[in-house]
Ligand binder design. Sequence first.
Ligand SMILES: C[S@@+](CC[C@H](N)C(=O)[O-])C[C@H]1O[C@@H](n2cnc3c(N)ncnc32)[C@H](O)[C@@H]1O
Length: 217
Amino acid sequence: MITKRTVGEVFSSVSRKYDFFLNLITFRRIEHWQRDLLSMLSPEGNRLDVGTGTGEVLLKSQNKGMRVGMDLSLEMLKLAKSKCKVCKFVVADAENMPFKDSSFGSITLSLVYRHLLDRKAFLREAYRILEKHGQIAMLDINRFSLTPILIFLMKYPLKPLGLLLFGREKWDFFIHSLENSLSIEEVKKEFEEEGFEVLEVQKRLFGLVYLILSRKR
Ligand SMILES: C[S@@+](CC[C@H](N)C(=O)[O-])C[C@H]1O[C@@H](n2cnc3c(N)ncnc32)[C@H](O)[C@@H]1O
């Protein structure tokens, strides 16, 4: 079973190679997508980057208030702190945030939503800590037509190789995060059910990646 401890440990174990790997598999497009994501937001107010990882989104952020990053993985946050000295970082869970009501003008999430184990709990927390009309900008990978085939291959024919190369915990985690990838329509529905209004959707890489801007009603 995937737990938050598993999530934190998996990301801690890959923290040193994470930036290199992400740049490699996205052909460095991730840099542009993250800048595009930030440009969707109003620059006013404090900003929280949920699942900040190595802090790349916060580093690029030019909002006027505080820049705060949270993550389950201390190892990822150590790297983030070394890049952005003025940013604040906290080891915390997106589903139970240690912040006061209405304390942020905006929230960013880059490649995080599908890793959350209880997305409803996150959305409720996001609603609570955002100011009136506060915004959420998120970037993630679309659920596409080949996703079920890929999941089948990983669960059966590729499993022995996967277990040998990565071990059971990481292999199960890779499958779980693929199973949890959502279509744009599914994301919209979840946000709207928790009191957010979806304002804008942009697609990148032939629709494989999406950027979604929403606002607290
Ligand atoms: C794929 S990485 C994305 C890192 C960074 N946002 C980026 O775009 O490169 C996902 C991050 O989300 C964090 N994460 C997953 N679930 C979380 C949760 N419930 N609360 C806080 N962070 C979480 C992981 O520890 C990991 O650092």
